[in-house]
Write a protein that binds this ligand. Structure first.
Ligand code: ADP
Length: 237
């Protein structure tokens, strides 16, 4: 479970996230949906422990800054950052050791196979295309065998086969009871994945809906409904 309580973050004069609270239960997929600049990455980076923030974040009930919390979450950043001098396989090996993950050699083979990296496993980080780097980054996060998995705009830069594979991975992780938080500005990419959607704009959650609450409305209708409401309120102010 991922819990965010009263999270605020400013970068100098920009208030990027303003008193945001939400929870994503075990075995569910939460989606942060909103335009560029809404504050999605800032929330995810705060959870990942990369930013100072006000408020409280817990991962399976453990404050996110504690090592015990860091050991059980996986994070795929918006822009993949690989080590130039490590091969694809060595990246996974590094994660396996750092996190003391019990992922087996066979599981690593299967993971690389799924993301069409098996025959590229001896290539160095700086020899890869942006899409391949993104796939290595996804494999590294999965190699942790996380309890909580966060993906920041994960579909950007992926080819259709990798997008299909990633969607399957998300559903498999969810079935295993993993908590997932995915940020995106592309509605169509997550339409078949979400359990709860948090619609963000200008550092706020404008509205949130579970699938049951949404009924037969699709994400498009929900998103544009919530943002139209907000515009009306802005004009009335
Ligand atoms: P999103 O992920 O929804 O596109 P971000 O969290 O990246 O949004 O950005 C939220 C706001 O914070 C934007 O106004 C953005 O310009 C600002 N911002 C993000 N990162 C920084 C930074 N490192 N320094 C200054 N402002 C930033």
């Amino acid at each position: 479970m991922l819990q965010i309580l009263d999270l605020s973050k400013s970068y100098r004069k920009t208030l990027a996230v303003d008193h945001v609270s939400f929870t994503v239960p075990d075995g569910t997929v939460g989606i942060l949906l909103g335009p560029n600049g809404a504050g999605k990455s800032t929330i995810i980076k705060s959870v990942a422990g990369l930013l100072r923030f006000d408020g409280a974040i817990s991962i399976q009930g453990i404050p996110n800054r504690e090592l015990e919390a860091k050991r059980i979450f996986g994070y795929v950043p918006e822009i993949p950052a690989l080590y130039d001098a490590l091969t694809v396989r060595e990246h996974i090996e590094y994660v396996r050791r750092a996190y003391r993950s019990d992922i087996t050699d066979e599981e690593i083979d299967a993971l690389l196979g799924r993301f069409e990296l098996y025959d590229k496993q001896d290539k160095l980080g700086n020899e890869l295309s942006k899409g391949m780097m993104q796939k290595v980054s996804i494999c590294c996060a999965l190699a942790v065998k996380p309890r909580v998995l966060m993906l920041d705009e994960p579909m950007v830069g992926l080819d259709p086969q990798a997008i299909k594979e990633l969607k399957e991975v998300v559903l498999e992780q969810k079935a295993k009871g993993v908590t997932l938080l995915i940020s995106t500005h592309m509605l169509e990419m997550v339409d078949d994945l979400w359990d709860e959607v948090f619609i963000m704009d200008k550092g706020h959650i404008l509205a949130s809906y579970t699938r049951e609450e949404a009924g037969d409305k699709d994400l498009d209708a929900i998103f544009f409904g919530a943002t139209a409401e907000e515009k009306k309120e802005e004009q009335a102010r």
